[in-house]
Design a protein around this ligand. Structure first.
Ligand code: FMN
Length: 202
């Protein structure tokens, strides 16, 4: 089978990409609006793109009516965000927080998700997240430049919070304890406990 992407609709292209480029980590992003309302939403077009400076990238698409998602609006307005990784215990809450609420309504309150204050940025952290990165917005790039369809948020990591429960006795991440949720296509998800190891060639 071959797919000529020029012949696909945007929705078809999305479905093929999202169901093949898997598993994708999920950025669970908290932001605070200018008015002080806290926002939370998941994004799986997400990756670490640089370690020097430590930088994560989140792709925020448009809403169906063309308006900006709150995450983008708040990150652009305030220059701050927190990116959490999603533990298996938080899968349902993460999914619930993807509800498209009106600007001015908080997913934290709407979904009953508890938060705690961050240290370097204003948006709060999700209580109990295994990993949370407090970030400043380094850059926001509309993509593609000529006719933007989405925005790429480049987020520089300022401070990471890592739950002690996911560390091994040497103080390193134990992947089995980390137990994150990854996104597959459609409504399918995967856990990160199916672990095997390989040594790199000399
Ligand atoms: C697992 C998951 C992954 C998602 N990934 C993305 C994504 O990569 N980009 C995007 O624009 N929306 C993504 N969404 C949809 C947003 O979470 C949704 O549009 C949300 O309402 C945006 O909230 P906001 O307006 O508060 O920013 C995803 C939803 C789920 C459940």
């Amino acid at each position: 089978m071959q797919l000529d992407f020029a012949a696909l609709t945007a929705l078809e292209a999305y479905r093929w990409l999202a169901s093949t480029v898997t598993p994708r980590p999920i950025a669970w992003v908290s932001t605070r609006s200018r008015e002080g309302i806290d926002n939370l939403a998941p994004f799986s077009f997400f990756q670490v793109i640089s370690d020097e400076p430590p930088t994560l990238m989140v792709n925020v698409g448009s809403r169906d009516d063309g308006s900006l998602k709150d995450t983008l609006r708040n990150a652009r307005d305030t220059g701050e965000l927190v990116i959490q990784l999603v533990g298996m215990a938080q899968a349902e809450a993460m999914n619930a927080s993807s509800a498209s609420l009106p600007h001015g309504q908080s997913e934290f309150a709407h979904c009953g998700i508890a938060s705690e204050p961050s240290q370097r940025v204003a948006p709060p952290r999700v209580l109990g997240a295994p990993v949370a990165f407090e970030c400043r917005v380094a850059e926001i790039q509309p993509y593609p430049r000529q006719a933007p369809n989405c925005h790429l948020i480049f987020a520089e990591v300022l401070l990471a919070h890592i739950d002690d429960e996911v560390l091994d006795t040497d103080g390193r991440i134990d992947p089995a304890r980390l137990d994150l949720v990854g996104r597959l296509g459609g409504s399918a998800y995967v856990g990160t406990r199916d672990i095997f190891r390989m040594q790199r060639p000399a």
